[in-house]
Design a protein around this ligand. Sequence first.
Ligand SMILES: O=C[C@H](O)COP(=O)(O)O
Length: 326
Amino acid sequence: MVTLSRTPSHPHERNPGTPFDLSAVEGALVNRSAIERRAATLPTRRTVKKEWQAAWLLHAITTIDLTTLSGDDTPGTVRRLCAKARQPLRPELMEALGIAGRPIATGAVCVYHEMVPTAVEALKGTGIPVAAVSTGFPAGLNPHALKLKEIEASVAAGAAEIDIVISRHHVLTGNWKALYDEVRDFREACGPAHMKAILAVGELGTLKNVMRASLVCMQAGSDFIKTSTGKESVNATLQNSLVMVRAIREFYEQTGYKVGFKPAGGIRTAKQALDWLILMKEELGEEWMQPHLFRIGASALLNDIERQLEHFAYGRYASMQYQPLG
Ligand SMILES: O=C[C@H](O)COP(=O)(O)O
């Protein structure tokens, strides 16, 4: 597992007086049909089979922000999730895969603020960070001052990563400066915690808006940009992800700073996890496949990865009694 450490190299921290570069945002363009074509062919760019597939799936586990964001979450369900994060695969399966004793854990556990202390306690000593969704997740329509307090409370409770949601209306009205100011305030409130900015791409209207919002959030100091809350009707797709990783590449070329990427929402199958790993490898290179720069936000993905690894190890799927519920 990787504990993200903040470096002071983000342009926003090196030069706190750096003005907001509106022209870089407004000048950003998206060629929609080229994005559609590329996204459609990405899954076929590489064949990841057998041992390679098993190795990629084991790697995918280390990038999962294992998530529960339900109204009926209880300390009990959060503790069970944390146990799964600490030991994502059954010992017999690890043995059958020839990796008995190898440390493997998910990238983080992601919960609502209320569940942060439970998760922090359950993960004590493991190095697995707790991520808290914040700022009026999922709609992001709470008063600004309350959002800042919510971030501060989660950091004080031990969350090392904060997943903020942006105000979609700033994007839909083209008020880029307001978005920049909002995200900068969030970044400041996060203090030592890593900040992931959730764009809720399914509510931004156009891919051009997705590109522009990505650039604004990165200028304002986001450590990661994340597609979705998982609650919108359209969540992570290869198309909107491609636009975001290209924004990350552009920002890196301009500033030398590496911002991470987190697709989230609706990623439930091992095959999808492989598609997103291929996207990262093809567009940004191997370093961006690592958990310090890549996370998959998912509540159910781990179940299918385990299932596929069982098939690899035993040549058949495990009987239902061994399948995790839910
Ligand atoms: O941030 C993570 C998402 O809320 C998870 O969405 P999901 O339940 O569709 O996997």
